[in-house]
Write a protein that binds this ligand. Structure first.
Ligand code: ZN
Length: 403
């Protein structure tokens, strides 16, 4: 494998480390978006094809596949890849991959279909993509629950979703015909766009930050500590299906805009949203999050406490430990402990740099923030910047009400 890190001499004659923007996972950014004549032709072809109706999440995921967010995947997984991902956390050819990317359909959907057929994937009467069926296979939902989520507890949201899947899987490449447009499209930068941006800015190192929450001062401290070490910061909140009680996507977006405008050097930050669902798969999802950010061009990725976790299903630092299994990941994780406010240090610190007891510590807990908003109708200003708090209080109902 070619090394992407080396040393060079800068203008002052000092040795400095350089690190080219990460290559896409698998070496090549996938582009399966049809445009112009090809797109029109595909729309014509689709009229004659068998149609399978898909849900909103799948339509959005098709956009991600088409634009290379999930490179090297060019479609939904065939059985061999699916089994390798479950068992070895790698694609058949050996590349790290931890989350199965699957298309589930009903028996009725496939009763007249065979391997080698082309089909049209439809959402809301619109042709989203064509798919070339390479594999039609059955799968074991309980096995996914055990291997991916580490639990078969039907209360785990990822397990619930798995148990609700239809009974047959289709594997094969897709061609994106019509991207499903969400209200957040202008912030949904494609990997080709972020790569050009990072390059134009002359960044050699870019650290990615994943979030599914509004930013509190602890997050900001992590982001800025990381930004002190690297050329650029890519703040990339995940918008999409989450669980009841999480902040709504619109609130997260507005809160980040307020934070970045008021507290970040704009030239060193790129903000873009990633539209995909949260799976709450803890360690496996942390690796998946890193792979997607590698495709966006990040060289480094911040992994915090309980990354992509939920409840007590995963130990607090399991996600950080998971990276030890993947020395060949091609993006370097940066591990952070949680930050808290210490009234002796008089600053935001963490357990590695603050010697004081917990009686001096104020934790930045998402749950605590949520409780103050729900119970007291206020956003705690000691935990959140006033401009961000303003954004949240402007929303009557900032939380998702239904799963
Ligand atoms: Zn302290």
């Amino acid at each position: 494998m070619k090394k992407s890190v080396g040393y060079t001499i800068d203008l002052e004659g000092d040795w400095i480390m350089y690190n080219h923007l990460s290559k896409p996972h698998g070496g090549r950014l996938i582009d399966r978006v049809l445009v112009g004549k090809m797109k029109n032709k595909a729309k014509e072809t689709a009229k004659e094809l068998a149609k399978i109706h898909i849900d909103k999440e799948t339509s959005i995921e098709l956009g991600n596949i088409g634009k290379g967010v999930l490179s090297p995947l060019e479609g939904f997984m065939v059985r061999e890849d699916y089994l390798n991902v479950l068992e070895r956390k790698r694609l058949t050819k050996g590349l790290p991959w931890t989350i199965p990317i699957l298309l589930d359909v009903s028996k009725e959907d496939v009763k007249d279909l065979k391997e080698g057929d082309d089909i049209a994937l439809i959402y809301n009467e619109e042709i989203i993509a064509l798919m070339h069926i390479e594999d039609i296979y059955k799968f074991d939902k309980k096995e996914i629950a055990e291997k991916v989520f580490g639990t078969t507890d039907p209360l785990h949201p990822g397990v619930v979703k798995t148990y609700n899947m239809r009974e047959i899987l289709l594997g094969g490449k897709i061609d994106l015909v019509e991207e499903f447009i969400t209200p957040f499209q202008e912030y949904a930068l494609a990997p080709s766009a972020t790569r050009s941006l990072f390059k134009a800015k002359g960044w050699k190192t870019v650290v990615g930050f994943q979030t599914r929450n509004i930013p509190h001062k602890g997050h900001e401290c992590i982001q800025k500590t990381a930004l002190s070490l690297f050329d650029g910061l890519f703040i990339n909140p995940l918008l999409g299906r989450k669980k009841k009680g999480d902040f709504k996507d619109e609130v997260i977006l507005d809160a980040y805009k307020a934070l970045i405008t008021n507290y970040f050097p704009m030239e060193r930050v790129v903000f873009g949203v990633l539209q995909t669902e949260m799976r709450y798969a803890g360690p496996r999802e942390a690796i998946h999050h890193a792979i997607m950010r590698k495709n966006f061009g990040c060289t480094h990725f911040i992994v915090g406490r309980d990354h992509a976790g939920i409840g007590d299903y995963y130990p607090p630092y399991a996600a950080q430990e998971a990276f030890a299994e993947f020395p060949d990941l091609g993006i370097t994780p940066v591990f952070f402990p949680s930050f808290y406010y210490c009234s002796r240090c008089l600053s935001i610190v963490n357990r590695k740099i603050c010697p004081h007891g917990s009686e001096y510590h104020l934790q930045f807990s998402g749950t605590k923030i949520r409780q103050s908003i729900v119970n007291e109708g206020r956003v705690p200003s000691e935990l959140i910047r006033p401009e961000v708090a303003d954004v949240i209080t402007r929303w009557k109902e900032p939380f998702i009400e239904e799963d």
